[in-house]
Design a protein around this ligand. Sequence first.
Ligand code: NAP
Length: 246
Amino acid sequence: MLTDRIAVVTGASRGIGREIALTLAAKGAVVIVNYNGSAAKADEVVKEIEAAGGRGEAVQCNVSDFGAAAGLMEYVVKKYGRVDILVNNAGITRDNLLMKMSEEDFDAVLNTNLKGAFNCIRHISRQMLKQKSGRIINISSVSGVMGNAGQANYCASKAGIIGITKSVARELASRGITSNAVAPGFIDTEMTEVLPDAVKAAATEQIPMKHFGSTKDIANIVAFLASEEAGYITGQVICVDGGMAM
Ligand code: NAP
């Protein structure tokens, strides 16, 4: 159980982040449901948490903004006194072949996916050091492990997530703080819903289990990594991908 743990889940208004928020709340955590633009959807997530007897709050923050991320963490620490669990899940795609990729699309993806995670870790690590405890869980991707044609920006951001995960693990391990990455394969969400059928079929072919995963598959491992039981696991990249990246 995660009774009374304070958890911040970035990008929790939809998809994988939403499921992570619901799962942590169901285990007793107070969940800060972060979003960027989808206020109504984030409110729905909080309502669902409360309807199930849990506690949560929607908080807007564009995590790619260094100052805004500082504000998010300050707000949570002021109101709840601590942050036990940080899940860096917010992410976007702007796919294109490298030769056609604009500078804007490269920067946007790196700024949200990688710098967003850096910003949140940067602004909560001092507090976690004070607490002498904390769980940092970063959502990477098998694309960051294997590479993927048409996703140079996204793959770079997700490989970067693995690098920051391991560096943070080494810096903070002696202070009771763990840092791990979860690398999902293809998961049924709005992000993958938009893929053309031919791309989905080709993707399914690459998955030994021959089907996409569910958001629950990711939320379950995040909840485990956030728990007491996972206290001796740090610096790891756990692929949840139906065997795709083995
Ligand atoms: P999604 O359905 O598109 O949801 C993305 C979430 O990120 C939304 O809640 C969105 O909030 C939030 N977000 C985007 N930019 C943000 C910003 N600047 N600041 C704060 N929040 C922001 O995506 P998903 O499929 O659930 O993916 C979640 C994570 O898993 C991402 O990091 C993604 O790269 C990773 N992943 C997904 C898959 C997959 O197959 N779906 C596979 C591997 C890895 P708003 O709605 O408010 O914009």
